[in-house]
Design a protein around this ligand. Structure first.
Ligand SMILES: *[C@@H]1O[C@H](CO)[C@@H](O)[C@H](O)[C@H]1NC(C)=O
Ligand SMILES: *[C@@H]1O[C@H](CO)[C@@H](O)[C@H](O)[C@H]1NC(C)=O
Ligand SMILES: *[C@@H]1O[C@H](CO)[C@@H](O)[C@H](O)[C@H]1NC(C)=O
Length: 374
């Protein structure tokens, strides 16, 4: 009898872990949500109100902490940490003051520091963790001349990422057409600027992702393309990049429709994805572009599929590789699509849920970011 009850308990625990997954969502109205996906149903699990304009999240699954960037553009801005309980509960656990206009962050230095990109104020900042007080460092970025695109009036760093050796931070700078490179001082957590990679004028690099140690992909918001780079680590020197391929995010190598702005890029196994914001390829919805990667990392365009809403600002593939969560900013809906583990193909849609108030095209409102809780 006792054995029987234990057996049933174990079985039901297995069924639950196999079928439910949680998703974190940030909304520009100042709220972070946990959603639960059960089969093909999304439900709201819990929320925490941070205030400001949450624009991006980084999740550390070891200590279950979310680091939330604040895009607030006037007055004062913060960076928050949120403790995410295994039961879905969210609670603010820390806060520091930060430069205005943050759009991304990343944890580095054995979990002891956070580096953030501030688009509006042309700043890269670092904070010591846990968060309190103010920034450890702020780099005010400069550029020698305006770029060809009207948005290239000043440096506009859009993301901070750590390389796989954890010795460098890279920051695509949309305004300056640079991939900024910093060496991490392991003893102080401080960043030391290296020579940046200079890209073609008008490229507008926004997001980047490593594929192994020696390949980097960068999604370009202004040129609506993806660049592939070989990454080298000279002995005792700074990381260097060598571009080896450029590809557009549209079928047949076509240029994206005017008004399109490539969003995030992500890799999984031998697949690469980029989100096309405002391409309206599946009108009124936008699209996700998928590429296959050969053993050297060379990209081949595969397909575009619907993003299930407009302005897919962020997306993430789950660890199992069988689902992708997409955050459509303007329509403020979270979409989960199936991913074919063998081919990398996306679709069909599994679930969609509207979160909070919808945004307005081209505004910093609506839904900002999505991440799997794993
Ligand atoms: C919240 O998520 C946890 C963890 O997956 C789950 O056990 C719980 O049932 C969820 N609660 C709601 C209200 O969805
Ligand atoms: C996540 O947190 C753990 C525990 O604090 C830390 O050891 C680890 O380095 C962190 N991970 C990252 C990627 O910073
Ligand atoms: C657009 O997205 C919505 C919500 O996900 C979906 O119901 C609709 O079928 C989509 N339409 C197209 C043409 O992709």
């Amino acid at each position: 009898m006792l054995f029987h009850a234990l057996g049933l308990g174990l079985l039901s625990a297995l069924v639950q872990t196999g079928s439910a997954a949680n998703i974190f969502v940030s909304h520009y109205t100042g709220v972070v949500y946990t959603l639960t996906l059960t089969g093909s149903t999304l439900t709201q699990n819990s929320t925490v109100t941070l205030g400001g304009q949450p624009s991006w999240m980084t999740f550390n699954s070891t200590d279950r902490t979310l680091y939330v960037a604040d895009e607030t553009g006037s007055g004062s801005a913060s960076v928050w940490s949120v403790a995410a309980a295994t039961n879905g509960g969210l609670k603010q656990s820390g806060k520091a003051s930060a430069p205005l206009g943050a759009v991304a962050n990343v944890q580095y230095g054995g979990g002891n520091y956070l580096a953030s990109a501030h688009y509006q104020t042309s700043i890269i900042s670092t904070h010591k963790l846990p968060l309190s007080g103010s920034a450890l460092q702020t780099f005010s970025l400069t550029m020698s001349a305006r770029g060809p695109n009207s948005r290239q009036d000043a440096p506009h760093p859009h993301e901070t990422i750590v390389d796989p050796t954890e010795q460098f931070i890279l920051a695509p700078d949309l305004g300056a057409d640079l991939i900024r490179i910093y060496r991490i001082d392991a003893s102080t957590g401080k960043l030391i600027a290296c020579t940046p990679y200079t890209d073609t004028p008008g490229t507008g690099p926004r997001h980047a992702t490593f594929w192994g140690k020696n390949v980097l992909y960068v999604g370009n918001e202004l040129a609506n393309s993806v660049h592939a780079f070989t990454v080298s680590y000279p002995d005792g020197g700074c990381l260097t990049l060598t571009k080896f391929q450029t590809i557009t995010t549209m079928p047949g190598g076509k240029a994206a429709p005017s008004g399109t702005k490539v969003g995030e890029v992500r890799v999984k196994d031998n697949s690469l994805y980029a989100s096309n914001r405002r391409d309206l390829s599946f009108s009124p919805n936008d699209s996700m572009a998928a590429f296959s990667l050969d053993t050297s990392g060379t990209m081949t365009f595969q397909a575009i599929t619907t993003s299930g809403g407009t302005y897919p600002r962020t997306f993430q593939i789950n660890k199992a590789g069988d689902m992708v969560v997409i955050g459509d900013q303007t329509t403020a809906n979270v979409v989960v699509v199936k991913r074919d583990v063998a081919t990398g193909a996306l679709g069909p849609q599994i679930a969609s849920m509207r979160i909070g108030v919808a945004g307005h095209a081209e505004n910093d409102d609506g839904l900002s970011a999505v991440l799997w809780d794993e």
